[in-house]
Design a binder for this molecule. Structure first.
Ligand SMILES: NC(=O)c1ccc[n+]([C@@H]2O[C@H](COP(=O)([O-])OP(=O)(O)OC[C@H]3O[C@@H](n4cnc5c(N)ncnc54)[C@H](OP(=O)(O)O)[C@@H]3O)[C@@H](O)[C@H]2O)c1
Length: 274
């Protein structure tokens, strides 16, 4: 049941299918990543989110390679860090990521932050897409103005924008902008790193549904038509986080959760980036 649900996909603007629930591996040390990703794949996760910045692409790639699964059945995302923006630099960073992952292609390549030089990075990514070395390209931490700027200057609309998003950081305008342009919005830190699990309103709703606060937060994101990539290094929590396909939050309770928004960021807010 869980394994089957983890294969549920959304279709990106270029036809590529992306599993709507994945595993994030930020802050998992490379030597532990092999075990974590191997366990996730055993549970049924088919989407892994890493980045050059996380320094654990090797562990991800080894786990994917040793899994016995077909490469085309696993969706792998990685990202270019902002110190490698530039046509040449981004192409070289991508080669290093592929080498570390031990893969011939990634499923999704993202500009990690909309910092200086992002358009040159994007141009390099257009080429990577063209060459078939990334099946889709997208961005991360982009606000509406960053997306507008990219779309105005490129024939390729980002397939995905990966941003921090949770009931405590409900980016409603960005979501409706992305919906209107066919960009899939992907929620990182969808659990607010566990820092709001004890919110009494969340605890109350969770007990009404017989679910955990983590499951309520993930279900809320999925009901918005988004993709979520919770991180856990523990298989029992990975299973818990994946068990969100067999219940629905009512429209009324979803609206209650919408009101949890307090602009709560666990990481940098891209608002200050012009
Ligand atoms: N694009 C970006 O700039 C960006 C930024 C941040 C994150 N991300 C991506 O998004 C992924 C997820 O975000 P995140 O790691 O920041 O935060 P998160 O997924 O919101 O929360 C992860 C934290 O919650 C704990 N946890 C997970 N499931 C739990 C459960 N069921 N019960 C209790 N605790 C639980 C984890 O601990 P344990 O591991 O000990 O279980 C970990 O401490 C990252 O791994 C990364 O892939 C992207």
């Amino acid at each position: 049941m869980v394994a089957q649900s983890l294969s549920t996909t959304v279709t990106l603007n270029n036809g590529v299918r992306m599993p709507i629930l994945g595993l994030g591996v930020f802050k998992v040390p490379d030597e532990e990543t092999y075990r974590v990703v191997t366990e996730a794949l055993e549970i049924g996760y088919r989407h892994i989110d890493t980045a050059a910045y996380y320094q654990n692409e090797r562990g991800v790639g080894r786990a994917v390679g040793d899994s016995g699964l077909r490469r085309e059945d696993i969706f792998v995302t990685t990202k270019v860090w902002y110190n490698e923006h530039g046509r040449k630099e981004t192409l070289a960073a991508f080669d290093r990521s592929l080498e570390a992952l031990g893969l011939d292609y990634v499923d999704l390549y993202l500009v990690h932050w909309p910092r200086e030089g992002r358009m040159e990075a994007w141009k390099a990514m257009e080429r990577i897409l063209d060459e078939g070395r990334a099946r889709a390209i997208g961005v991360s931490n982009y606000l509406v103005r960053h997306l507008d700027d990219t779309i105005a200057r490129s024939p390729v609309v980002p397939a995905v924008d990966q941003v921090e998003f949770s009931p405590f950081l409900y980016q409603k305008e960005l979501l409706s902008y992305c919906r209107s342009r066919g960009i899939v919005l992907e929620a990182y830190s969808p659990l607010a790193r566990g820092r709001r699990f004890d919110d009494p309103r969340l605890v109350k709703l969770a007990s009404k549904y017989g679910r955990t606060p983590a499951q309520m937060m993930l279900r809320w994101v999925l009901q918005k038509g988004m993709v979520a990539i919770p991180k856990s290094a523990h298989p029992e929590r990975m299973r818990e986080n994946a068990s969100v396909f067999d219940f629905e939050i009512s429209a009324e309770d979803e609206a209650t959760m919408d009101r949890f928004d307090e602009g709560y960021h666990t990481t940098w807010d891209p608002e200050s980036i012009p």
